[in-house]
Design a protein around this ligand. Structure first.
Ligand code: CP
Ligand code: NVA
Length: 306
């Protein structure tokens, strides 16, 4: 029987989260000493949505740790026709050491995890994007030196990326603010859970429609696409117009604030080109850290004891 899956940052205790960030830093410093970590292990990766960073960073992570990545698009599997996600998981469990999956509903991930005998990793669902969240925390810790008390303002759709930042940030004692338009707030159950987490960690969480309130004095300003994969884009340009991260908004943040984006970016929509490509932007460090974090996650899942 497998011991663990990684479906959400909320699956991790604060100390496990901290250990994973330390491991990601360690492999970033010395990738050569991780070269045999997945020796002889094959890892399946199922993509039901497009991907650039997640797909390539996982594939490179596996091969550079001595494993064999098997990358599968749903439309080339029977999963894309009429085989269930459970049967896909049962069959793949007989061949591979772990299954990484990018999909739609979190329920699909949970069903796969329940049926599979090997660890399942969430490579993005409509609900959360935990691997991205870990890379973002690694990046923030590098830039700010610590996480406790760091003020992170997320501006935009309160969905997958926002949820993972909320879970991770409140577990690490950060001051997390989320500004979204009406109708695009984070899920109420995530807000409720993260308020509890913030209470335990000494952090805080503010959820608002007021973008200026969220960004005032922030150490980091984060945004994401206005229309996530699988979501209808119609009407969003109007709904989200006041939530664009541009130079005026950044002026309200702290003088050494960094700008973050999970990518892919749409210059002129959720973020202006001058801000995305400007001196405060750390988006390419975030993208790089996906690689180090994926190594840490797979190694932890496949080598953990107790
Ligand atoms: N940020 C992220 O997950 O990018 P991809 O969709 O390119 O994987
Ligand atoms: N919220 C975005 C993130 C892309 C990495 C989406 O789900 O499309």
């Amino acid at each position: 029987m497998k011991e663990r899956d990684f479906l959400s940052i909320d699956d991790l205790s604060p100390s496990e989260l901290n250990d994973l960030l330390d491991a990601a830093d360690a492999v970033k410093r010395d990738p050569a000493s991780w070269r045999d970590r997945l020796d002889g292990k094959s890892i399946a990766m199922i993509f039901e949505k497009p991907s650039t960073r997640t797909r390539v960073s996982f594939e490179v992570a596996v091969s550079s740790m001595g494993g064999h990545p098997v990358v599968l698009r749903a439309d080339e599997l029977h999963l894309g026709r009429d085989e269930t996600i459970e049967d896909t998981g049962r069959a793949l469990s007989r061949y591979v050491a772990a299954i990484v999956v990018r999909t739609f509903g979190q329920d699909r991930l949970e069903r796969l995890a329940e049926a599979a005998d090997v660890p399942v990793v969430n490579a993005l669902s409509d609900f959360s994007h935990p691997c991205q969240g870990l890379a973002d925390l690694q990046t923030l810790r590098e830039k700010k030196g610590h996480l406790r008390g760091v003020r992170l303002a997320y501006v935009g759709d309160g969905n997958n990326v926002a949820h993972s930042l909320m879970f991770g940030g409140t577990k690490m004692g950060m001051d997390v603010r989320v500004a979204s338009p009406s109708g695009y707030e984070p899920f109420p159950q995530v807000v409720e859970r993260c308020l509890e987490l913030a209470g335990d960690s000494g952090g805080s969480l503010t959820v608002t429609h007021d973008v200026e309130q969220a960004v005032a004095g922030a150490d980091a300003v984060y945004t994401d696409v206005w229309a996530s994969m699988g979501q209808p884009p119609e009407g969003r340009a109007t709904t989200f117009a006041d939530y664009q991260v541009g130079p005026g908004l950044i002026e309200l943040a702290g003088s050494d604030a960094v700008v973050m984006h999970c990518l892919p970016a749409h210059r002129g929509a959720e973020i202006t080109a001058d801000v995305l490509d400007g001196p405060r932007s750390v988006v390419w460090d975030q993208a790089e850290n996906r690689l180090h974090v994926q190594k840490a996650i797979l190694s932890w899942l496949l080598h953990r004891r107790g």
